[in-house]
Design a protein around this ligand. Structure first.
Ligand SMILES: Nc1ncnc2c1ncn2CCOCCNC(=O)c1cc(-c2ccc(F)cc2)cc(O)c1O
Ligand SMILES: [Mg+2]
Length: 214
């Protein structure tokens, strides 16, 4: 049967990247998406903004919603201090299988815990399953209509502390209007928009950074 796009992306990483070198894995995926097949990774332009926010926060506890093929997982994990781990949630088992191999190819498997399942089910389990009290940094990149219910779930589950940073992808395209309205109007968040473009295109998109104020 025909291979899937994530499988072809994995082949491109195995062919063009150097094992244990996260930068080469990132470059190989960006090259594949620019020259072979578009794919919904955060990409190089928004990825640089992601890098700068992760570096600024220097988080000890990290959560990613929506692993896909692990591109942003690799971008984040390569910047974490030694001993720091990130938890990433992926709903689609086929995506998760490819992501595990791409994360391992980058040599970052010891810094990443990939959990399969829907965020709505997994978020309430995080404290007891992973011994986390609160997250310093959360990257939202999953179903766009889950951003708002899931941020409310974070609040209800006590997973945010004063200063927790949430960074959301695709707030313009495909768009998350209800989420934007909430974080921009809530007295509990300080929000800032980073304009950019939809990965590998000229279409307008951007990232929204929201700091929880308690
Ligand atoms: N653990 C979990 N819990 C719940 N749900 C979960 C989950 N894990 C995964 N999912 C399911 C959703 O995963 C993928 C979400 N991402 C996107 O859909 C996406 C789409 C575009 C895009 C597509 C087509 C265009 F024309 C223009 C833009 C661009 C992006 O940058 C995107 O990120
Ligand atoms: Mg995205």
């Amino acid at each position: 049967t025909r291979s899937t796009r994530p499988q072809r992306m994995l082949k491109a990483v195995q062919k063009n990247a150097t094992k244990g070198n996260p930068e080469s894995v990132i470059s190989a995926i960006d090259y594949f998406c620019k020259n072979s097949e578009w794919a919904m990774n955060v990409g190089d332009e928004k990825g640089s903004i992601l890098d700068s926010v992760v570096t600024e926060v220097n988080p000890s506890t990290v959560l990613e919603l929506g692993t896909y093929c692990g591109y942003s997982t690799v971008r984040i994990a390569r910047l974490l201090s030694p001993g720091t781990k990130l938890i990433t949630l992926e709903f689609n088992p086929a995506y998760a299988a490819v992501a595990r191999q791409i994360i391992a190819y980058a040599g970052l498997q010891d810094k990443v815990t990939l959990v399969e399942g829907p965020s709505s089910e997994l978020i309430p389990q995080i404290k007891e399953r992973f011994g986390i009290t609160t997250f310093d940094f959360i990257f939202l990149d999953h179903w766009k209509d889950r951003y708002l219910p899931d941020i409310k779930l974070f609040e209800e589950c006590g997973l945010l502390r004063k200063g927790s940073v949430l960074l959301a992808d695709n707030v313009i395209c495909p768009g998350t209007p209800e989420y934007l309205e909430y974080v921009r109007n809530s007295p509990h968040y300080e929000s800032r928009y980073y304009p950019a473009h939809l990965e590998y295109t000229k279409v307008e998109d951007g990232l929204e950074k929201s700091v929880f104020l308690g």
